[in-house]
Design a binder for this molecule. Structure first.
Ligand SMILES: [Zn+2]
Ligand SMILES: [Zn+2]
Length: 303
């Protein structure tokens, strides 16, 4: 294939690795990113680092070389997408206690100690066909709504940290089954699948590199992923499935298939919802009548 190099790239990565001094490392990282015009979000914690950045193809290469040349992060695996421009409005680098918050408190552990077996895209797709499997989507509900693996279960929680509680209340859904966990890039699964093993579930597997890596696999070509993958940059949704694609999202107003995500016109709500262009005039981008009334009342009070 004759590919024209793209002017920009977007990188996604995570690595569980001990970081001695997250604050100091954060500062060092920030300087490097600023000097090389990289934008995006990076989280640094004692347990590792998780980031997504965009920059010119040259600067992205410098960034990867910088990470791979550092003994702390030399094992990072980058997922690289071409881009036409920066995909983030700014740079945010934060030091946090944890890079994935599962709310385990004292019970917290490192995926370096316990994590489930990683499945390649092909192994994953094969395992999906098993009669006794349950596929768990551990992303947020707005990500799930745009697209997910066929038949996947979405834990009914507001925050990821509430998932352990939900699991304990719904053990019957998982007992005696092969539990397959997946997320966008794989970072949540490292910990969540380890958590399931520690809870006594025996047959647990995770999708290696998440949907991002699955979407790039040349053999499976995204098969049996329904809808699009939600991403946390300007693109919002990107296609995954080149074999049997479908649209699962529906316009909130007319219920026709629609993958156009908008934010609620009530800024305090800001809820992301699907809205087709035809319905935009009708709803004025309010996610609900409640939000419409809040803004009406506010405008009336200002007059
Ligand atoms: Zn509509
Ligand atoms: Zn709203």
């Amino acid at each position: 294939m004759n590919e024209v190099p793209s002017p920009y790239q977007v990188l996604l990565y995570y690595l569980y690795t001990p970081v001695e001094d997250p604050e100091g490392y954060r500062e060092e990282h920030r300087v490097f990113c600023e000097e090389n015009d990289l934008l995006g979000r990076v989280l640094i914690g004692r347990e590792g680092i998780n980031g997504t950045v965009s920059g010119t193809t040259d600067n992205c290469k410098k960034y990867m070389d910088y990470m791979l040349g550092d003994p702390r992060t030399e094992k990072t695996e980058f997922k690289v997408d071409p881009a036409e421009e920066h995909l983030f409005p700014r740079l945010s680098i934060k030091a946090r206690e944890e890079i994935v918050t599962l709310g385990l408190g004292e019970e917290d552990f490192s995926p370096l100690e316990t994590t489930a077996k990683h499945l390649s895209a092909e192994e994953w797709h094969e395992a999906m066909q098993g009669p006794n499997t349950v596929i768990v989507d551990i992303r947020n509900d707005y990500e799930h709504k745009l697209g997910h693996f066929k038949g996947a279960v979405l834990p009914e929680v507001r925050n990821f940290r509430d998932t352990p509680q939900w699991i304990s209340e719904n053990r019957h859904l998982f007992e005696g089954k092969k539990i397959m966990t997946y997320c966008t890039g794989g970072i949540r699964c490292e910990k969540f699948s380890g958590y399931l093993l520690r809870e006594g579930f025996e047959d647990v597997v995770q999708l290696d590199g998440g949907i991002v890596k699955y979407s790039k696999d040349e053999k499976t070509q995204g098969k049996d992923f329904e809808g699009q993958m939600y991403v946390f940059d300007k693109r919002i949704g990107i296609p995954v499935n080149q074999v049997n694609p479908s649209v699962v999202a529906r316009c909130v107003a007319c219920d026709t298939p629609c993958e156009r995500y908008v934010n609620c016109a009530n800024k305090a709500c800001n809820e992301q919802h699907f809205l087709c262009e035809e319905c935009e005039g009708k709803t004025e981008r309010f996610c609900s009548n409640e939000c419409r009334e809040i803004i009406r009342a506010k405008l009336a009070a200002e007059q």
